[in-house]
Design a protein around this ligand. Sequence first.
Ligand SMILES: Nc1nc2c(ncn2[C@@H]2O[C@H](COP(=O)(O)OP(=O)(O)OP(=O)(O)O)[C@@H](O)[C@H]2O)c(=O)[nH]1
Ligand SMILES: [Mg+2]
Length: 692
Amino acid sequence: MKTYPVERVRNVGLFSHGGAGKTSLSEAMLFSTKATSRLGRVEDGNTASDWDPEEARRSISISTSVLPLEWREHKINILDTPGYADFVGEVKCAMRVVDCALILVEASAGVEVGTEFAWRFADERSVPRVLVVNKMDRENANFESCLQSIQDAFGDTVVPAYLPIGQESSFGGVIDLLQMRAYTFSTGADGGVTESDVPESMLDAAETYRLQLVEKIAENDEDLMLRYLEDEEISADELRAALKTSVANGIIVPVLASASTTNRGVGIILDALVDLAPSPQPTYGVNESGQTVPVLPSGDGPVVAFVWKTIADPYVGKLSYFGVMSGTLKSDSHIWNVSKGVDERIGQLFCMRGKEQIPVSEVGPGDIGAVSKLGETGTGDTLCDPSFKVTLDGITYPTPLFSASVTPRTKSDLDKMSQALHRLVDEDPTLHIGRDPESAETIISGLGESHVQIVLERMSRKFGVNVDFELPTVQYRETIMGSVQKVEYKHKKQSGGHGQYGHVYLDVCPSDESFEFTETIFGGAVPRQYIPAVEKGVREAMEEGVLAGFPVINVKVTLTDGSYHAVDSSEMAFKMAAIQAFRKAAESANPVILEPVQSLHVTIPDSYTGDVMSDLTSKRAHVTGMAPGDNGHSTIEAVVPASEVQRYATDLRSITQGRGTFTTEFSHYQQVPSHLTDTVIKTMKAKQETRV
Ligand SMILES: Nc1nc2c(ncn2[C@@H]2O[C@H](COP(=O)(O)OP(=O)(O)OP(=O)(O)O)[C@@H](O)[C@H]2O)c(=O)[nH]1
Ligand SMILES: [Mg+2]
C-alpha cells in the first residue's frame, strides 16, 4: 500500500450498539474499494474484520480490527470496534487514535445504550462525528423516527446530509441534500449508483431537510450566513467545505443512510469520509520539563507515536499497533519509549488489514501501523525520537466489574497459566489478574461475565492453557457473640522423652478491635517468657474458626491464669495449650459467621429505579440513600452482602439493558442470617474438599 500525505489520510472508527452493522459495513467498504474481491458475511464467519475464531463462532466482534482502504486517492483506516459492552476497553483504545467517529444506528431500533456510550466516549475526546442510519432495508426500518430518537438523545447538532429514498424492502437510494441530486442503487451488491433528479414525490421532504442543513451550516460560518441572508447563490461545494469545518469542530454531525449487507449507500459513506471527515490533526504532549507542547502531523518532524493496542500473536509474538502523530517511523530503526524510559528497536513494520500483516518500510504522519516484538512497550505508551521526548495522553479504562477464580486443569496448564494470563493482560488492559492471599485463588477480573469467559476460551485456543473458573470464594469471617471466662486447657505430654506441659485459662469476649490480647497473670502463674507463645497460639487458632474454618475477628482474649512445669514447659507447649483453649472458648461463646458487606453506588436512568430497588431488596441490600444526578440519572447508595453481588454486572445489565453502571468497595462485616448459616458452612466445606 502506498504512503499518502497526511491531508489524504482518514482515521475513522466504527462505533455503535452491538449488532448495528459495523463489521458488515467495513466488509462492504473493503469490497467497494476493491481491497477484497468478495463480500463476506458475519453469519458465515468470513469477514476480514471478525477474523478471530471466537468472533466467527459467536458472530460478534471481540476486538478492534484495522482495515485500511483506498478511495478517491485517499487512505481511509477503518477501525472496526466491538459493540458488546464487555469489550468497551477496545472501544476506548480505538477512540484514542481516530480523527472521526462513524456511529451507526439501526434504522428499526434508534438510539440504544451502545450508541449512547459511543457518543459519550467521542465527547470525552471531542472526536468529530458522522452518523449512519444502517439496516435501512430491514423490516420496521424507519428513518424519520430513528432520526428523531438520535436528535432527542444528542441534540440538534445532528442533521441529515442525505435522505433515504424508500425504506425496508424499498430502500433504493439516497438524496444528496447539498447538491439536491438523487443516487439510485444498482440492484446487485456491487455498490453501483445512478445519479438523477430528486424524485418528484420526495422534493418537499428534501427541500425541508436541505433548508435545515444549509441553515445549520450557515449558522456556523459568518461569510456564508451573510450571503445566505442576502439570498445569494451558494454552491454545493462551498456548503460542503463549510460543513467539513463544522464537522471538524463538532458543531454539526451529518446523518447518512445505508444497508451494508447489500452494499447500498456504502460508496456515499466513503465519499462523505473523504469530503467531510477531518484528516489527522495536531495534538499535544507534555515534554520532560512538564510543558505542554504541540505535536504536529508533519512528515519530517520528530517521530512521535502512540501505542493504542497490543495483541499477543502466537506466531509473531507481541504485536503493537500505533498511530503516528508526528514524523515518519521507519523499519529497522530505534525509538524511545518515554512512558517506560527505555530504548526500543523497531524491526519490521506492518500495515495491518484484519489479521493480514502487510510489510511496509515506513509509516507516515497521521497513519496507523503495527510492529512486532517490542520489549517493554504496552498499550497507552508514547514512542518518540529521543531528541523530542514528549508524553501523550494515555487511555482511561473502566474498572473491572466481574471476577472469577481460575483453576488450571492439569499440571502443564498450571506451568503455562501465569505467562498466558499476563499475555492476555498485555492485550486487554481492562483485564486484571491477581492472587487472593487468603484463598490463594488466582483471580481474573473483567468488565463482565462473558468478557472473562471469552478471554479464558481465547487462552485455551491461543496458548493451550485450560482452566476451570468459578466465582471467587467470599471472604467470610467468624466471631463470637457471647463471653466466656476461665476456659481452661492443659497441654500435657509426659510419657517418656522430653515432656510437654502448658496450662492456660482464657477469658474470651467480643471486641470492636479486630483482635485484642491481654493478660492478668498473677504471681508468675505463667512465666513471662511463655506469654507471647500463648498470644501466638491464640492468633494461630483464630486463622481457622470453629464453625467453618473462616478467620476469626473482633475478639478480646485475656490470659488470666495457668501453670507451668519447670522442665516440660516450653513456648510450643503453651502455644498448643492456647490453641485448644481458644477453640474451646470459641465453641461455647456463641460463635457466628460474618459476611463481607459491600457498599454499592449504582447510577441508572430514573426509569429503572423501581426495578433496581426491588432487585437490591431481593439481594438483602439496605439502601442508604439516593441522589438525583445529571441527564435524568440517579445514584442509589446501598450496602449489600458481597455474596449477593458477585454477578451484579450481569444482573444490572439485564435490568437496565446495559444503561446502569456501578462501583463497589468493601464496607464492613455483618452476621450471616441464621437461615443462611448452614448453606455458607456447607458451601465452604465443599470447596475445601475439592481443593484437597
Ligand atoms: N438486513 C440487514 N442486516 C444487516 C445489515 N448490517 C448488518 N446486518 C446484520 O446484522 C447482524 C450484525 O451485524 P454486524 O456487522 O456483525 O454488526 P456489528 O455492529 O459489527 O456487531 P458487533 O461487532 O457485535 O458490535 C448480522 O447478522 C448482519 O448480517 C444491514 O444493513 N441490513
Ligand atoms: Mg462487529
